[in-house]
Every structure is written in C-alpha cells, then in structure tokens.
Ligand binder design. Structure first.
Ligand SMILES: [Fe+2]
Ligand SMILES: [Fe+2]
Length: 210
C-alpha cells in the first residue's frame, strides 16, 4: 500500500525530472514518462513486480536524452537517476534496481533487461508507441527529425522498422495482451493513409514520396 509520504516523494522526483524533459522533443517529454509510469503500474500489478522501482524508473528513464554525457541516452539517464535518487534519500537497493531498469530500457546500450522490473519498464516504454498515442508521438518525433509521411526517412519507415518489431521483443504476457489491439489500430491507420492517397490521385498512385 502506498503511503502519502511515498506519493510526496514521487512528486519531488517528478519535479526534478520535469526540468530535464522541458525540451523540443515532445515525443520523449514528461507526459511520455508519466504514461510509461501508468503502464508500469498496470504491468507491475499483474506480474507481481515492485511498483516503486518501476515507477521511479519510468519517471526518470529518458531524462538523459538531451546533452547525453554517456554513449547512449539510457546510460546517461541511468547516471542522472542515481544522483537524483541518492539525493532524495532512496535506499541503495532501490537505486541499484532503478539504474538496472533504466540502463536496459533501450537496446542501443546493449544491456538486456534481466530483472522483472527492468523487463516491465522495457515493455511499458514500448506500449507508449502504439495506438492513437503512438501515432501522435510518431508525428511529434517527425517534426523534430524532419521526416516525411512515407518513403525513406519517414514516419512510415520508422513505424515499419521499429514499432512493428516491438511485439517480438516484449517480455511479459500482460504487455503483449495490451499491445495487440493498439497495434491493430495503428496498422489500420497506415492502410487508411494509403487509401486516402490513392483516392486523391487521378493516376491511382498515392501522392507520397516512395
Ligand atoms: Fe528511452
Ligand atoms: Fe521512453
């Protein structure tokens, strides 16, 4: 059972995290982190994991995305998170578990999630890139990266190469259950996008650069 004191401590961590997330990339902002926290809570409950570790890791998992001091944003976020949690009086055990989860939430750092809490953070992060929210985030990211709708270096390219592969890498059955309907919604979105392009074009060819 969470106490009021533990909720206050979460609020303090969120306040600190907010400073790191106040940047141009709105696909990886505090709202993303807070949605990942909510997914993490759901998955922790169903899978019998430590919710405190997962929630702290979720709130802090992308804080190192800008001005990364380490090789990868996961490593940068993990380093920053350790300092923040130590300053806020969290036990060494919690700090170590949060660090482990954050460092392995992205495959770019080459760390495989080993603990249940790390696996859940990984899954929760991916669940925020599917469904209508996933589409919104994809186009938000496109604004930062300068992607077109379709073709090379596009939203659809990112969707095909990254988001479509996420299901194969999810760790928990609970996450897979949540993922599937959201993924189907996204698949339908791309079908609709191409159908609209075809209807618009006299030649019957979609007006997308591909
Ligand atoms: Fe990340
Ligand atoms: Fe993330």
């Amino acid at each position: 059972m969470e106490t009021i004191a533990s909720q206050d401590r979460f609020q303090q961590i969120i306040q600190v995290a907010q400073g790191f997330y106040a940047r141009k990339d709105r696909a990886h902002d505090l709202d993303h982190a807070l949605r990942v926290r909510e997914w993490g809570k759901k998955l922790a409950k169903a899978e019998g994991a430590d919710s405190t570790v997962i929630e702290l890791a979720a709130i802090l998992h992308d804080i190192g995305r800008s001005g990364a001091v380490e090789k990868t944003h996961a490593e940068s976020s993990a380093g920053l998170a350790v300092n923040i949690l130590q300053k806020n009086g969290y036990s060494e055990d919690v700090v170590t578990q949060v660090k482990e989860a954050i460092i392995s939430h992205s495959r770019e750092a080459g760390h495989e999630p080993k603990t249940l809490e790390a696996k859940i953070l990984y899954d929760a992060d991916k669940l925020d890139f599917v469904g209508a929210i996933g589409i919104g985030r994809l186009f938000t990211l496109a604004g930062v990266e300068g992607w077109t709708l379709s073709g090379e270096n596009s939203c659809e390219d990112f969707y095909q190469k990254k988001i479509r592969t996420y299901r194969d890498h999810l760790f928990t059955q609970t996450a897979k259950g949540y993922f599937d309907p959201l993924f189907l919604y996204m698949e339908g979105f791309w079908q609709e996008l191409h159908a609209e392009g075809l209807r618009l074009s006299d030649s019957g060819q979609a007006n997308f650069s591909e």
